[in-house]
Design a protein around this ligand. Structure first.
Ligand SMILES: *Cc1c(COP(=O)(O)O)cnc(C)c1O
Length: 455
């Protein structure tokens, strides 16, 4: 196969057998999560009410590789290995000499990368005798993925969906219910955390932070119920590395090496999944790509947040994590990329950013949807609103190459399709989409609520 191939596939036998953990390859380990009461590093016992021991071990493992259980690989084979495409038609539309490749995760049952971690999380919980999983979901992709994965392993699945997305995207709810899950809008009257928010603001659009508080509260109160998180945590990023491992094998088939890797970041899992295996190669000196995270201008945790210990949720129930954060009280504007509306960034991505191993930029949603439409018209796939952020940065880079004549190899993760986000495209096409100005006052107010942790 040459670099001119359009669709680069792997066979099932070439599927990665192990997930990659970047921590032992970094010059220093990320700061540990802290117990909010004692401010001491959290131990396995602190996490045991929420997670099975196998996932707690993966959260802190010092091993470079973790074997993927056979039962998980069997489910992965429903859609993995996922295709890598060369975007010939987009390159032509842009008139760029750059070679653009995209790894497409929209072929999964949920239409995004989320099942890559939902499946192992459901597997390890079922193996530990858990009966029910609770979780939050923003745009609904994670809820869909966990409902699907729960059905594979006979678990019940109860989901709190951010109200703004619950109202904007009714089809996600139907999809979740079709997979057998139960779904509530968040904030809800079902939990202490939800009732507290509703008392202060009955019209709250919700946020991922609030929905996490609700799901964690219910899991913490029931012995047969665990909680599952779709991003941010180390074990989630670990599971997503199948994306990058496959992409390395696929690019090798066509003899290409990336000069630039761009991905969108909400909590950071699809970005890490693509980028970390390449970062391993960069640290080993076998390639030298620039690695760039793209976040929404309305929720710019990496580019404008502070690197500080903060809660993962709004009610302050999770351990304190050192991460780039806008403050756990920050409620982002209801942009259409619901999956990117999170106040913090994964501690591991934040650490890698602090080490100077990756770059970050922020993009407004109109520029992103314009990129999404350009991509759809050339490549024939309507991207989810989240990866349009990566596409906007990818197109920007490709146009720079057009100016300079450089034939760079650009790689991006097309981490989901937008078939259930068509209302957002409708608004964009009708000219009704707005760019929200980030309110400096709202950020300052949320930053004031950061927990006080002595350095
Ligand atoms: C959830 C989601 C995101 C954001 O989560 P990350 O952990 O940052 O990947 C981005 N894109 C899609 C399609 C999603 O479903």
């Amino acid at each position: 196969m040459t670099a001119d191939a359009t669709k680069i596939l792997l066979s099932e036998s070439e599927m990665p057998r192990r997930w990659y953990n970047i921590v032992p390859d970094l010059p220093s380990p990320p700061p540990p999560p802290l117990h909010p009461g004692t401010l001491q590093p959290v131990g396995p016992d602190d996490l045991a009410p929420l997670f099975p021991m196998a996932l707690i071990e993966q959260e802190v493992t010092a091993e470079r590789y973790v074997d993927i259980p056979d039962e998980v690989q069997e489910v992965y084979r429903l859609w993995r290995p996922s295709p890598l495409y060369r975007a010939h038609r987009l390159e032509k539309a842009l008139g760029t000499p750059a070679k653009i490749f995209y790894k497409y995760e929209g072929v999964s049952p949920a239409g995004s990368h989320k099942p890559n971690t939902a499946v192992p999380q459901a597997y390890y919980n079922a193996a530990a005798g858990v009966r029910r999983l609770t979780t939050e979901t923003g745009a609904g992709q994670w809820g869909t993925a966990l409902a699907f994965a729960s059905a594979q392993f006979g678990l019940e699945c109860e989901i709190w969906q951010v109200r703004a997305s619950y109202d904007q995207k009714p089809y996600r709810k139907i999809m979740i219910e079709t997979f057998g899950g139960t779904i509530h809008p968040s904030p809800s009257e079902l939990t202490e955390a939800g009732r507290r928010v509703l008392a202060a603001d009955p019209d709250s659009p919700g946020s991922l932070g609030i929905a996490i508080s609700e799901a964690v509260e219910v899991a913490a109160q029931h012995a047969d119920t665990n909680y599952a998180l779709g991003s941010v945590l180390n074990h989630v990023l670990l599971h997503q590395t199948v994306i990058g491992e496959e992409a390395i094998a696929q690019l090798a088939k066509v003899g290409a090496t990336p000069d630039v890797i761009v991905g969108c970041t909400g909590g950071g899992s699809n970005f890490a999944g693509l980028a970390f295996p390449f970062l391993r190669e960069k640290l080993a000196g076998t390639m030298n790509p620039v690695i760039r995270a793209v976040e929404p201008a309305s929720c710019p945790s990496l580019t404008q947040g502070k690197y500080a210990y903060d809660f993962g949720d709004t009610a302050g129930m999770t351990p304190l994590m050192k991460m780039h954060t806008l403050g756990h009280d920050f409620i982002p504007d209801p942009i259409h990329a619901g999956g990117l509306r999170y106040h913090g960034m994964s501690p591991l991505i934040s650490h890698v950013y602090e080490l100077g191993l990756i770059e970050a930029v922020a993009k407004n949603q109109k520029e992103c949807f314009e990129a999404g439409v350009t991509f759809a018209r050339s490549e024939g796939i309507i991207p989810a609103p989240e990866p349009t952020h990566a596409l906007a940065a990818c197109i920007e880079e490709a146009l720079r190459c057009k100016e300079s004549g450089e034939e760079k190899v650009i790689l991006t993760a097309l981490c989901g399709h937008g078939h259930l986000d068509l209302a957002a495209y409708g608004r964009y096409l009708a000219g009704d989409m707005v760019d929200h100005e980030l309110s400096a006052d709202a950020v300052a107010a949320a930053m004031a609520g950061l927990p006080k942790v002595p350095a």
